[in-house]
Design a protein around this ligand. Structure first.
Ligand code: PLP
Length: 408
């Protein structure tokens, strides 16, 4: 039997062994144990230092343990942390106001995880479809894209096209239709009188940082408006400065009808998510029709507000734009024969490997050995998405590691 003696330092291997013994195997982590973190850096129990180029799937855009966010957490923990929505609390209003301000949306419904924000968006859209658009009840259709990633609930995995995500988890919620991503003709063709909404990631994150053609979202907006269907953008990963703007939809100068946010809204501390829309759309949600025990709790609101403040005060959108270009050009210059394509927007970058290169996992493990943490997505893609506070010198260091692995 493996014994964990608290306060006693164990080796990385011992931590991995006990997790493997008692944990469900729903992940296959890179073999590194993180015991401490600060900014863009993390440390293992042996004291080895790594550059974090995943940022917890963009949930740590502000960097680990950002002093402003941690200060807000500590302060809030001295007054009140959880009230439930049965009562008002003194933090929710100003947090939602700030979130609406930065996004240009009118109202917000706070939840916790990203998947809950997506579920919330689906519920808002369906009610709007039946009550406002007057689609026959229970006949509504929501269009989604092939290779989407919107979370892990049974409804959401039901419209995933990844067998790894939904095999043997059915039967699934009906009312979803899939079309190819980055294809506005397919969108127009898929629309029927019963179509309520189009749910899309402005850049497909988990699919491997798949960037649509310029103007795609603008055209999508036009089509949705023309056919009176709601445009729901899932910015859970692309939001909060990751792609060089506060939200990815801002590159196209459009506005979605429903905006879904999460991940970095929690500043790397706790799950904080929301669905935002106009007041007219959100009004279909009435008391008792939706909610969450933890959604909008005062601690989450304090974290959310501080997380937004950091993004604004440190101009992380501009930083992401500028350093993203620098990182992308640097990777292109490595010019490895193993690279098929390098793509990115802001500090949201993917290296697509050639088929001859073999599986990406081999390279992410080598990168880890040299002190750079990144995760493969699907078999041949490596995503690089460091905290947005990364410095140019740290990118230079990352480039030197990439060069060692991909050139030798
Ligand atoms: C991560 C993610 C989600 C799900 O968020 P969770 O907090 O893991 O539930 C949904 N949509 C997108 C685009 C994501 O990247």
């Amino acid at each position: 039997m493996i014994q964990i003696l608290h306060n006693k330092m164990l080796s990385s291997k011992a931590y991995m062994d006990i997790e493997a013994k008692y944990g469900a195997k729903n992940y296959k982590p890179i073999p590194v144990v993180i015991k401490r973190a600060k900014g863009v850096w993390v440390w293992d129990p042996e004291g080895k230092k790594y550059l974090d180029c995943l940022s917890a799937y963009s949930a740590v855009n502000q960097g680990h343990l950002h002093p402003k966010i941690i200060k807000a957490v500590k302060k809030q923990m001295k007054s009140v942390t959880l009230t439930s929505r049965a009562f008002y609390n003194d933090r929710l209003g100003s947090f939602l106001q700030k979130l609406c301000d930065v996004s240009g949306m009118e109202v917000a419904l706070p939840m916790n995880t990203g998947a809950e924000a997506v579920e919330t968006g689906i519920k808002i859209a369906r009610r709007w479809g039946y009550r406002i658009k007057k689609v026959p009840v229970n006949q509504g259709e929501i269009i989604t894209c092939n290779d989407n990633f919107h979370g892990r609930t049974t409804t959401i995995v039901g419209f995933s096209t990844d067998p790894g995500a939904n095999e043997d988890f059915g039967p699934f919620t009906p009312g979803f239709v899939n079309i190819p991503f980055n294809n506005t003709n397919a969108l127009e063709k898929a629309i029927t009188p019963n179509t309520i909404a189009f749910l899309v990631e402005p850049i497909q994150g988990e699919a491997g940082v798949i960037i649509p053609d310029a103007g795609y979202l603008k055209k999508v907006r036009e089509i949705c408006t023309k056919h009176n269907i709601l445009l729901i953008t899932d910015e859970i990963q692309t939001g909060f400065c990751r792609t060089g703007k506060m939200f990815c939809f801002m590159h196209d100068d459009i506005k979605p009808d429903i905006l879904l946010v999460g991940k970095a809204l929690g500043g790397g501390v706790m799950p904080v998510s929301a669905a935002l829309s106009s007041k007219a759309v959100m009004d279909v949600i009435t008391p008792g029709s939706h909610g969450s025990t933890f959604g909008g709790n005062p601690l989450a609101c304090a974290v959310g507000e501080a997380s937004l403040d950091v993004l604004i005060d440190e101009a992380l959108a501009e930083r992401s734009e500028k350093l993203g270009k620098y990182f992308l050009e640097g990777i292109k210059e490595i010019n490895s024969p193993l690279f098929k394509e390098i793509r990115g927007k802001g500090l949201f970058i993917a290296i697509q490997l050639t088929d001859e290169a073999g599986k990406a996992r081999k390279y992410t493990e080598q990168l880890k050995e040299l002190g750079l943490l990144a995760k493969e997505t699907h078999e041949h893609t490596i995503r690089l998405a460091p905290p947005l506070i990364i410095k140019e010198s740290e990118i230079d260091w990352a480039l030197s590691i990439l060069k060692q692995v991909f050139i030798g």
